[in-house]
Design a protein around this ligand. Structure first.
Ligand code: ASP
Length: 270
């Protein structure tokens, strides 16, 4: 079993221990259950921008995105509110003939599947929101402020077990985002990809990652240049000035690369 998880590009390496604790908690008997377990544990840690502790949008609401890919199938949710573990809802979508459920439809599906109401907001995030409102008041032009947004503290995990690869990602989105904004995280080939050569998850400003199809790009480089170089290349060739982090797993182990520090932890057991 090979596993690597991250706590978002820009997150301090001092959080590595918390990512490690999530990996230890989530490790299971196959790649699918492992990535769901690890990402659920990261969602439950309020320090990360996913599940409880997700970033609050400008309207005061939290909308979350999550996705999983395994054995060629995908389950994803976007702009879902009031659930504790979006990745677990995405894992339930995986069981349906659909790939992605959004907003109210995703929430209705979650409730039908037995997911209870949960308020993911925290005091720290409420304070962050009032600071954002002050900044907005000062600058007035959302577009200019958004240019400097980087993402951060989003979580992800990739794992390999018996030659099967899985990728899972979960986020509360970027700061300064408006209601209905969806980034790269729940979009296949952008925030995540898994196939016969390995699995990849990205983090960073979603809009820039979407434009580059960064997860698929990294994945498709793996057979050509190897795992580490594939990650390095995607980071090196990313849009100038925009932060990105990548984690990947392949037949030889795990790799990561990022343009800024990124909390992470890995686990390798043959
Ligand atoms: N990629 C996420 C998004 O744009 C943010 C992040 O990675 O921190 O929603």
């Amino acid at each position: 079993m090979y596993i690597i998880a991250h706590g978002g590009v820009g997150s301090s390496r001092e959080l590595d221990d918390r990512v490690k604790a999530a990996v230890e908690k989530g490790v299971s008997d196959n790649a699918f259950r492992t990535v769901v377990g690890v990402v659920s544990a990261l969602e439950d840690d309020p320090v990360f921008n996913a599940g409880t502790g997700s970033r609050i949008r400008l309207d005061g609401k939290i909308q979350m995105d999550a996705a999983i890919m395994y054995k060629g199938d995908i389950g994803a949710v976007a702009a879902i509110e009031s659930v504790k573990n979006p990745i677990q809802v995405a894992a339930k979508v995986y069981e349906t003939p659909y790939v992605l459920l959004v907003s109210r439809g995703a929430l209705e599906y979650a409730r039908n599947m037995g997911f209870d109401a949960h308020d993911p907001s925290t005091e720290a995030r409420r304070e962050e929101l009032s600071r954002m409102h002050e900044k907005l008041h000062e600058h007035r032009v959302l577009h200019d402020i958004y240019k400097g947004v980087d993402g951060g503290d989003t979580v992800g995990c990739v794992a390999c077990h018996n030659g099967e690869y899985a990728a899972a990602v979960s986020t509360g989105g970027t700061s300064f985002s408006i209601r209905g904004r969806v980034g790269d995280s729940p979009l296949v080939g952008c925030g995540f990809y898994a196939g016969e050569h390995g699995a990849v998850v990205t983090t960073g400003k979603g809009e820039d990652i979407i434009k580059r199809l960064s997860a698929y790009r990294c994945y498709s480089l793996i057979p050509e240049v190897g795992l580490q170089e594939a990650c390095d290349k995607v980071v090196k060739d990313h849009i100038e000035g925009s932060s990105i982090g990548v984690i990947a797993v392949g037949k030889d182990g795990v790799a990561s690369a990022s343009s800024k520090q990124m909390s992470q932890a890995s686990f390798c057991m043959d």
